[in-house]
Design a protein around this ligand. Structure first.
Ligand code: SAM
Length: 294
């Protein structure tokens, strides 16, 4: 630790980090350790203390999320760039993406690579996570987002993470899931998405780290938070996916992340557009997290 970081500075720093960490002492200690490691690794020794002072001010006063200060967030084996207002990848998403990559890896399909469409790609975490955790040459992924800032960041992430993508190709493009003509040409073997699913009322009650810093377009959706799920279900059923005849399938065709308690309604939407079987994957906390259609 640099000589300038005296014990009194550490105590004051922890005190300032307690409110944004919800008064969780372990959380505040962890954030302080990450901030120190980041500052010590990224600036000259003489600048460590002023850099930390600024970071503490941003974190405590402006309630800037830690990942926007550090500039990165781990996602599986990847270290993704994070920048406001693009949504910071969440552990819940990382969990199901690794589960899906495991499924794809275990089926080892022969023949051409699986064509995968990631709608609402944000940082590109899902598209890049699948490319990095599926066997070499087994997937081709297209990521689409309506926000130009997200597509620019996703492309930077693709460039930075290229050595870890195992030769699997990933392309990012601007597009709106409400405008099918703006989307990449189908059909696809698999559609994945973490669309916005928070209601306007729930968004108003979220913590400042989310409300002030992350794009509300990334979070809020009409129709009880399900407008994007409805649009994706229609796209999948119409021209983006070849829906096979009902029968046993090991690989899903469509996965959509959802919020707590939304799983059953989304299953009903998918059943109404001719998917033969749907499941709900729970997250580690036991909440509905992904609706999976076969
Ligand atoms: C919940 S974030 C998910 C980002 C990323 N996939 C992840 O898991 O971290 C939703 C993303 O959907 C994008 N989005 C919102 N409406 C959209 C639309 N109509 N068409 C395409 N993308 C949209 C937002 O810009 C945002 O990046």
């Amino acid at each position: 630790m640099p000589r300038l970081l005296r014990p009194s500075f550490n105590v004051r720093a922890l005190r300032r980090l307690l409110p944004p960490c919800g008064y969780d002492v372990h959380g505040a200690r962890a954030e302080w350790r990450w901030l120190r490691e980041w500052a010590e690794a990224s600036v000259a020794p003489a600048l460590v203390r002023p850099t930390l002072e600024r970071a503490l001010w941003e974190r405590a006063r402006l309630r800037k999320p830690l990942q926007y200060i550090l500039g990165t967030q781990p996602f599986g084996d990847l270290e993704l760039l994070t920048r406001p207002p693009t949504l910071i990848p969440r552990w819940e998403t990382e969990e199901w993406v690794l589960r899906l990559a495991g499924l794809i890896s275990s089926t080892s399909p022969s023949g051409p690579p699986l064509r995968i469409l990631d709608l609402c790609t944000g940082t590109g975490c899902i598209a890049l996570g699948l490319a990095a955790h599926c066997p070499s040459g087994q997937v081709q992924v297209w990521g689409v987002d309506v926000a130009e800032s997200a597509i620019l960041l996703a492309r930077e992430n693709a460039k930075k993470m290229h050595p870890l993508l195992r030769g699997n190709s990933v392309h990012f493009q601007l597009g709106d899931l409400n405008d099918p003509s703006s989307l990449p040409q189908g059909p696809f073997d698999l559609i994945v998405s973490n669309p916005p699913y928070v209601t306007q009322e729930d968004w108003a009650g979220l913590e400042p780290e989310v409300r002030v810093w992350e794009d509300s377009r990334a979070l809020v959706a009409d129709h009880a938070g399900l407008q994007c799920h409805q649009a994706i279900a229609s796209l999948a059923a119409s021209h983006l996916l070849h829906i096979p005849h009902p029968g046993p399938r090991t690989l899903p065709r469509l996965l959509m992340e959802c919020g707590e308690g939304q799983g059953k309604v989304i299953q009903d939407i998918l059943n109404s557009v001719k998917f033969s079987r749907t499941d709900i994957w729970l997250d580690l906390a036991g909440s509905d997290r992904v609706v999976v259609a076969y």
